[in-house]
Design a protein around this ligand. Structure first.
Ligand code: ADP
Ligand code: ADP
Length: 235
């Protein structure tokens, strides 16, 4: 059973049909790529999965159960974490502080005592290392990291805090070839670890090597949901 399934999903804003009849699945250890140009409906699709907007047609199933998220918090509680392109990081704060930003570890509750700095630094370093990013110094301001590394920190953070499904909003769009490579390798690692990944991109060259399924959007309509073999044959 897939972690997430969308069946003929769609969204209207008043008279505007932003998204219509999109179907796909997100399985554990699979990367579902959502491809489309500006205005194709990618953001609308993200907002539905992230719980920021409700859908107006079709069905969203999480663990096989029909679901309407009332808020982003509810999507997160269901294990669906979204990493937006403009990362919610504080550039001047250390990497480890950003990693734990807003978490229980920075409050005086739970098993971890308030500001257990050693624990937070070691965890940040270990989580990044497990995914192939070797940071010498987690004390450096996150703003000094490359764009690719910052994306990876945000993804690592979501994984550490229990995401089963990662929604990645154009994580390579603002990056050069080398930095995109860093992020694509990171996506492959997340997949190896059994996460379901929704990779939103307008770049087929980024999607193809890491993707298992491919949803092609055009002007809010789905052109279909293809497997890797199917898109390869179409080339
Ligand atoms: P993409 O992210 O692929 O660029 P969007 O999901 O942002 O596409 O937009 C799909 C279509 O829906 C566009 O025609 C856009 O103008 C329209 N749209 C998106 N959000 C809204 C909104 N909040 N109100 C009205 N129309 C919207
Ligand atoms: P939110 O629902 O999180 O407040 P939206 O992205 O829906 O944010 O934007 C808020 C408002 O801005 C929408 O209700 C819509 O009127 C307008 N809007 C946003 N994006 C678009 C768009 N692409 N085309 C037309 N109107 C838009």
């Amino acid at each position: 059973e897939p972690l997430v399934e969308v069946r003929g999903i769609g969204k209207r804003y008043g008279n505007i049909i932003a998204l219509h009849d999109v179907s796909t699945t997100v399985g554990a250890g699979e990367v579902t790529c959502v491809l489309g140009d500006n205005g194709a409906g990618k953001s609308t699709f993200i907002k539905i999965l992230a719980g920021a907007h409700d859908y107006t047609e079709g069905e969203l199933l999480v663990d096989g159960k029909p679901t309407h998220f009332a808020s982003p918090r509810q999507a997160l509680d269901a294990g669906i974490a979204t990493v937006y392109q403009d990362l919610a990081v504080v550039p001047l704060m250390p990497v480890w502080r950003n990693f734990f930003l807003g978490s229980e570890a920075t409050k005086d509750v739970g098993p971890v005592k308030r500001l257990d700095v050693k624990f937070m630094k070691e965890t940040t370093k270990a989580e990044l290392a497990a995914m192939g990013i070797d940071l010498r110094d987690v004390d450096q301001a996150i703003g000094t990291l490359s764009g690719g590394e910052r994306q990876c920190v945000a993804i690592a953070r979501a994984v550490y805090f229990g995401a089963r499904v990662l929604i990645l909003d154009e994580p390579t769009a603002a990056l050069g070839v080398k930095q995109s490579g860093v992020v694509l390798r990171y996506i492959a690692k997340a997949r190896e670890r059994g996460l379901g990944v929704v990779f939103i991109t307008h770049n087929p060259h980024h999607a193809h090597p890491v993707g298992d399924r491919f949803v092609l959007l055009r002007r809010g309509r789905s052109m279909g949901d293809f497997t890797k073999d199917e898109v390869s044959l179409a080339e």
